[in-house]
Design a binder for this molecule. Structure first.
Ligand code: GLN
Length: 566
C-alpha cells in the first residue's frame, strides 16, 4: 500500500479536503485505484451528534456511517463508496483501546498514548486502506489520508506521531506527504508572504515529518520568486511546490494540479512512474469548462432550518449542481429560513417575512431538505402548500416529505391538527410517527441509517421513470419518523400516491402527486449518491420540471436512456 498524507498548516478552512480529493482524482486518472481516509481529531465518535450549524452536514454512507462531510467530497470526486471506518476520530480510537483494556488484552501493562493509541491508529489505517471502495476486487493502490485540523493542534498530536511512525515503517517509497498551506498577500506592495508556511513546515519537521510537496493556496498565481523562496526555506524541491490559486469552480483544481505535474512528483516519490499512465482527464475538463460557460440559471428556493451555514446542506447543494449542469443551467439557490415564512414572523420581523415570501414566490422550484426538531416546521408546511396549490415543482427530502404529507392531511383531508409526533407528541391526528426498525425499548441508536431498498409499486410513476424504469431503488436513510401506515389509505383516496414502500410494505418511502407537474417527496436522502456527470434522478426530474422539460426528458428516457447520455 502506498500512502499520500495531506496535512494543513497556517489556518483552517484552506480547502484541504478538496485539495486531497483533487489529488485523488489526478492519481485515479493515471490508472491507479485510490481510496481515502479522513482523520478527524475531535473526541466525538462520529459526526452523528454534531450540529450542522457548527460543523456542516452529517454525511451518510451506505453502511449507515454518519461521517464528516469531507467523505462526501471523496465519494463524489473519486466516485467510490466508502465505509464508516474510512473516517477515523479520536473518539473511535480511544473507544477501541479502552474496550481492549477492559477485556484485559494489554496483559497488565500500563496503557499509554505511545504506543497503544498510536498503534491503534496505525493498525486502523493499515486495515482500512485495504478495503476496495470502487466495486472492484482486491486492495486499492493508493490511500489518500487527510489529517483534519492544523498541524500543531493539541488533539492531532497522537495522529502526527502515529503517521510519523507509519512513514518510517512503510519506507520512503511508500509514503508521500503533501502539506497544504496559505500564502497571504500583505500591504500596499502586495507581496506574497512565505513566512507562515515556513513556520508551519518547521513545526511539522520538528514533529518528525518532512513534506515532499507543498500545496500553496493563494488568491493569485504564485510568483517564481515566491516559489524559489519557499523551496529554499522549506526544504522542498521547486518542482514540488504546487499552487492552488482561486479558480472559477472546484472542478478546476484537479486540472490545476495536473497542469503543474503534481502527479509526476507524487508518482516519483512513490516509485509508481513505471506503472502509471498519462492522466486522462478529458471528460473532467469538459465538465469544468461546460459549467463556466453556462449562462442560463434556475431559481431554487431552499426552505430549511440551518440556512446560516451553506455547508449544512452541502450534499443537497451539490446534487442540485449536478442536476442543473445536466440541464445546462446554473443553480441559483436562494435560502429561506423557514421560520421567516410563518405568520408570527409577520408581526415580529415583518421585513424578513416579506422578503422570504417574495423569494418563495419568485422561485422556479421549491425544495424542503431534511432536518430535525420543530423549529420552522410551520413555515415549511406553508412552503409545501404554496408549491402544491400553485403547481410549482416541489422536492421534499426526508423531513421535506413528511412536511408535504402533513400539509396534505391538513388541507385536503381536513385533519387540521395532523402532525408528526416529533413536533407534537399529543397530536390527535398523527400523520407521521416514530417507527424504529429495532425494538422500541432497546437502548441506543434508534435512527434508521444507511442504504435500504425501496420497492416501487408501479412502473407507471415519475420516480420509476426517473430512475430508468425500475422496480426498486437503493438509497441512503437517516431518520426516526415515518408516515403513519394508518393514514396511507385516506391519503391515497384523496389523490396523494405513496408509491414507494420498504421491503416490509409498511414504511412509506416515496410520495407523488400525479395531478401536479412535480410534487415528489422521498423518505431517503438521494443527495448522498449524486455524482458529477451522474445526477441523482429525483434531483434531475425536479430541475427538468422547473425548466419545463420534464416531459421531453421522460419520453427521451424511455426510448433511449436520458440519464445515460448525461
Ligand atoms: N426528523 C425527521 C425524522 O427523524 C426527518 C429526518 C431527516 O430529515 N433527516 O424522521
Amino acid at each position: 500500500m502506498k500512502y499520500v498524507l495531506v496535512t494543513g498548516g497556517v489556518v483552517s478552512g484552506l480547502g484541504k479536503g478538496v485539495t486531497a480529493s483533487s489529488i485523488g482524482v489526478v492519481l485515479k486518472s493515471c490508472g491507479l485505484r485510490v481510496t481515502s481516509i479522513k482523520i478527524d481529531p475531535y473526541l466525538n465518535t462520529d459526526a452523528g451528534t454534531m450540529s450542522p450549524f457548527e460543523h456542516g452536514e452529517v454525511f451518510v454512507l451506505d453502511d449507515g456511517g454518519e461521517v464528516d462531510l469531507d467523505l462526501g467530497n471523496y465519494e463524489r470526486f473519486l466516485d467510490v463508496t466508502l465505509t464508516k471506518d474510512n473516517n477515523i476520530t479520536t473518539g473511535k480510537i480511544y473507544q477501541s483501546v479502552l474496550e481492549k483494556e477492559r477485556r484485559g488484552d494489554y496483559l497488565g501493562k500500563t496503557v499509554q498514548v505511545v504506543p497503544h493509541i498510536t498503534d491503534a491508529i496505525k493498525d486502523w489505517i493499515a486495515s482500512v486502506s485495504l478495503i476496495p471502495v470502487d466495486g472492484k476486487e482486491g486492495p486499492p493502490d493508493i490511500c489518500v489520508i487527510e489529517l483534519g485540523g492544523t498541524v500543531g493542534d493539541i488533539e492531532s498530536m497522537p495522529f502526527i506521531e502515529a503517521l510519523r511512525q507509519l512513514s518510517f515503517s512503510v519506507g520512503q517509497e511508500n509514503f508521500c506527504l503533501i502539506h497544504v498551506s496559505l500564502i497571504p498577500v500583505l500591504g500596499v506592495v502586495g507581496e506574497q508572504k512565505t513566512k507562515p508556511t515556513q513556520h508551519s513546515v518547521r513545526e511539522l519537521r520538528a514533529l518528525g515529518l518532512t513534506p515532499h510537496l507543498l500545496a500553496c493556496r493563494s488568491a493569485q498565481p504564485l510568483l517564481e520568486t515566491t516559489k524559489a523562496k519557499l523551496s529554499q526555506f522549506c526544504h522542498v524541491q521547486a518542482a514540488n511546490i504546487l499552487n492552488i490559486h482561486d479558480v472559477p469552480n472546484i472542478w478546476h483544481i484537479p486540472l490545476l494540479l495536473r497542469n503543474q505535474n503534481a502527479h509526476l512528483s507524487i508518482l516519483k516519490q512513490l516509485n509508481l512512474l513505471s506503472i502509471a499512465t498519462q492522466p486522462a482527464l478529458d471528460s473532467w475538463t469538459r465538465m469544468a469548462e461546460t459549467f463556466d460557460n453556462i449562462t442560463n440559471s434556475v431559481k431554487i428556493s431552499m426552505v430549511g432550518k440551518y440556512v446560516g451555514l451553506t455547508d449544512s446542506y452541502l450534499s443537497v447543494a451539490k446534487a442540485l449542481l449536478h442536476a442543473c449542469i445536466a440541464c445546462s443551467l446554473k443553480p441559483q439557490v436562494e435560502w429561506i429560513a423557514a421560520s421567516d415564512l410563518e405568520d408570527e414572523s409577520k408581526k415580529s420581523t415583518p421585513e424578513a417575512h416579506a422578503v422570504a415570501w417574495k423569494t418563495l414566490k419568485n422561485a422556479e422550484c421549491i425544495l424542503v431538505p431534511g432536518g430535525f426538531g420543530d423549529r420552522g416546521v410551520s413555515g415549511m408546511i406553508l412552503a409545501a402548500k404554496y408549491a402544491r396549490e400553485n403547481n410549482v415543482p416541489y422536492l421534499g427530502i426526508c423531513l421535506g416529505m413528511q412536511i408535504a404529507v402533513i400539509e396534505y392531511a391538513r388541507s385536503v383531508l381536513g385533519r387540521e391538527r395532523a402532525n408528526s409526533t416529533e413536533f407534537d407528541a399529543q397530536t390527535p391526528d398523527p400523520a407521521v410517527i416514530f417507527m424504529p426498525e429495532g425494538s422500541r425499548t432497546h437502548m441506543g441508536s434508534t435512527m434508521r441509517l444507511g442504504s435500504r431498498r425501496t420497492l416501487l409499486q408501479t412502473r407507471d410513476c415519475l420516480t420509476s421513470k426517473l430512475y430508468g424504469n425500475t422496480d426498486y431503488v437503493d438509497e441512503r436513510h437517516r431518520h426516526r419518523y415515518e408516515v403513519n401506515p394508518e393514514v396511507v389509505q385516506a391519503l391515497e383516496e384523496a389523490g396523494l400516491k405513496l408509491i414507494g414502500k420498504d421491503e416490509t410494505g409498511k414504511r412509506v418511502e416515496v410520495m407523488e402527486l400525479p395531478s401536479h407537474p412535480f410534487y415528489v417527496g422521498v423518505q431517503f436522502h438521494p443527495e448522498f449518491k449524486s455524482r458529477p456527470r451522474r445526477p441523482s434522478p429525483p434531483f434531475l426530474g425536479f430541475i427538468m420540471a422547473a425548466a419545463g422539460r420534464l416531459e421531453t426528458h421522460l419520453s427521451f428516457g424511455q426510448n433511449g436512456s436520458a440519464s445515460m447520455s448525461l
